[in-house]
Design a protein around this ligand. Structure first.
Ligand code: SF4
Ligand code: SF4
Length: 175
């Protein structure tokens, strides 16, 4: 199916955040290095024991950690930033390119999976597929698609959906 195309003026007037429940404002994305051995995975499992923590694995094999915690500047009633149009809004938020939003792709839309997600329950299933050398080095692990297949029947929270029209009436987050 061919995807919709836009001209420049249409994109100028658009708001890529319109209707989005703002997962970007509900998590802290924490870098972590790609695990190579038993102790690296033991560390990740330790992190997952803390509520609200999950690991993500990208298609290129790199890892990250997510702490699900809502930014204190997010207005949960309408998913808008209370610091919008103020000097207090962090530049990292002001300058983010929402037209190609990684958060939306992976946490709101359902057909654009660039990551797989591991909470403790999923990790404890996935880890059975890993093989180690005697010194603890990882010698084999499922690839990206195999991992998605292993985890497909194990639900993970939170999940997100586009907002309904009532909440959307005054979306000014992106201007
Ligand atoms: S589109 Fe991206 S940047 Fe905009 S609110 Fe949604 S998650 Fe945040
Ligand atoms: S400051 Fe605003 S845009 Fe940035 S994370 Fe918090 S609520 Fe979201």
């Amino acid at each position: 199916m061919q995807s919709k195309v836009f001209d420049f003026a249409e994109l100028q007037q658009s708001n890529p955040c319109f209707g989005c429940p703002a997962p970007c404002c509900r998590m802290q994305l924490i870098p972590c290095h790609t695990p190579n051995n038993f102790m690296d995975l033991d560390y990740l499992r330790y992190m997952l024991l803390f509520p609200g923590t999950e690991a993500i694995v990208r298609e290129d094999g790199s890892w990250g950690l997510i702490k699900w915690v809502k930014c204190s500047a997010l207005d949960d009633s309408n998913c808008l930033c209370k610091l919008h149009n103020t000097a207090q809004k962090p530049h990292i938020c002001k300058s983010y390119n929402a037209y190609n939003c990684w958060y939306k792709k992976n946490f709101v839309l359902t057909n654009s999976q660039e990551i797989y997600r591991l909470n403790l329950e999923r990790f404890d299933i996935w880890i059975h597929e890993i093989q180690f050398a005697e010194n603890g080095d990882i010698v084999s692990a499922p690839d990206f698609n195999q991992s998605i297949d292993i985890l497909k029947d194990v639900p993970i929270e939170p999940t997100f959906a586009q907002l309904d029209d009532a909440i959307l009436s005054s979306d000014i987050r992106f201007s």
